[in-house]
Design a protein around this ligand. Structure first.
Ligand SMILES: [Zn+2]
Length: 454
């Protein structure tokens, strides 16, 4: 393959050319209630040529590898049509590397019927947990991507990217009151990570049933403690997307708000994006421009310390490339994306965080949310009231709203243990979803959070 890619690259008369070829095998199975909704597997092979001429990008995607040179020519022609300025790409050292996935139990060797029977058991556990369980959604997905990447600067990388996950959702009903419990597990370590999840299935069902008798939270301003999963989602959704340089570069208002060196959080706030953490879903040695991923501080001690770049945004903004150009498949160009985003640990124990809270809220996990510039609205999966320094009753309909910059300033305690929940799903941007990402954090305490409720 290397010879083929390099031979085609030599046909290019563009300033920069890269070829990314991928073979992807996937399989999936989904239950909805007692019904097996769908089950199947697929294999695809395809690639993309990307060329740069006078600041303009040209692309050609293909499924047939036999005419690579012609695809390179086509991409060159289209780049010439759009290029009218100056090409800017941050410099990186060319690398030659091969990354082989290590799967403890390779899901490619597990039959579709075994995959089905593993999730069928979880589905049965949910459906038979309680009479109040109305229905379930249980899904299995795996994908194994092999990527061959080469560019005109001499970089050549072969990379294997496995991902496997299960999602478990339970719906309980009592009259008009409908509640859901949700759990998911995903990662790249192998099939074994989705085995033995009976307790997660029980937890999803139990939560749906328990929430039927929980009261909606009373709206107001509270001291809120968010759990590791919610703090990770907050780091990614509310703040991380604002750190993506294509977004900053194209947005005058964000350029004013996101000035490096500016204080934007209390001094215990550290937010990091790191594509190198072993075993997480956003972990890759190189991004889709062949740039090594690394640990990037976005906020260090409350100060805006960095942002995420492709080679182009790094050059345009005069900063270093960070290894954050990612594409969801060969049908797409790489764009600036997060890898694994988290809030770093502080030094507070959980009991220290709640002991002086007279009336507060402990918000757990996330089931949905929206962001618009610096404003966010997150629906926590559930919560517990904190009363006189102790965890009290379960509450539902926990919706947190706010301005991310004010919220970062209102963080007054950060927990001493970072967790990376092995959750499924993924990130969406520019029509590319769901991109596997990791997120995490410790418990984080925030003052004066607006909590919606009834
Ligand atoms: Zn996202």
């Amino acid at each position: 393959m290397r010879e083929r890619i390099e031979k085609a690259l030599r046909k290019s008369d563009a300033e920069y050319t890269e070829i990314r070829i991928e073979s992807v095998s996937t399989s999936s199975a989904h239950f909805r209630g007692e019904e097996l909704d769908n089950i199947g597997s697929s294999k695809t092979l395809g690639g993309i040529v990307r060329t740069l001429v006078k600041g303009g990008w040209g692309y050609a995607t293909f499924n047939d590898l036999s005419n690579l040179e012609i695809r390179v020519k086509e991409a060159c022609e289209s780049a010439k049509l759009v290029g009218k300025g100056e090409s800017k790409l941050a410099e990186v050292e060319p690398v030659v590397d091969e990354i082989t996935a290590t799967l403890e139990k390779d899901f490619r060797n597990v039959s579709l019927s075994e995959k089905k029977s593993v999730i069928e058991e979880y589905n049965e556990i949910i459906l038979h947990y309680d009479d109040k369980i109305e229905t379930s959604t249980v899904g299995y997905n795996d994908s194994f991507r092999k990527v061959w990447y080469g560019n005109s600067e001499g970089t050549y990388i072969e990379d294997e990217r496995p991902d496997v996950g299960v999602m478990l959702s339970a719906t309980a009903r009592e009259g008009d009151n409908v509640q859901r419990g949700f759990e998911s597990v995903a990662g790249g370590a192998g099939f074994q990570i989705i085995e033995g999840l009976q307790e997660k299935a029980v937890a999803a069902a139990r939560r749906a049933v328990d929430l039927l008798s929980a009261a909606p939270v009373t709206g107001g301003q509270y001291t809120v403690i968010i759990n590791p999963k919610l703090s990770g989602v907050f780091a990614h959704e509310a703040f991380g997307h604002l750190s993506e340089s294509d977004f900053v570069y194209e947005n005058e208002r964000m350029k004013e708000l996101m000035v490096l060196g500016k204080r934007i959080g209390s001094d215990m706030v550290n937010i990091i994006d790191d594509g190198n953490i072993l075993g997480l879903r956003g972990t890759h040695k190189y991004d889709d421009e062949g740039v090594k991923t690394r640990k990037n501080y976005l906020i260090k001690d409350g100060i805006l310390a960095g942002r995420l770049h492709s080679r182009e945004t790094a050059a345009k903004m005069g900063e270093e490339p960070t290894g954050n150009a990612r594409a969801i498949s060969y049908k797409h160009q790489p764009i600036v994306r997060m890898t694994n985003t988290y809030i770093d640990k502080g030094n507070a124990g959980f009991q220290d965080m709640i002991k002086d809270v007279n009336l507060g809220l402990y918000a757990i996990d996330m089931v949905g949310g929206q962001t618009s510039m610096e404003m966010f609205t997150f629906s926590a999966a559930y919560g517990y009231m904190i009363r006189e320094g102790e965890i009290a009753e379960l509450v539902r309909d926990v919706v947190l709203t706010g301005n991310v910059f004010e919220t970062l300033m209102h963080i007054d305690m950060v927990g001493d243990t970072v967790e990376f929940p092995p959750a499924g799903g993924g990130c969406g941007k520019g029509g590319q979803a769901p991109l596997p990402v990791g997120f995490g954090g410790p418990c984080v305490r925030i003052q004066n959070v607006v909590v919606g409720g009834r």
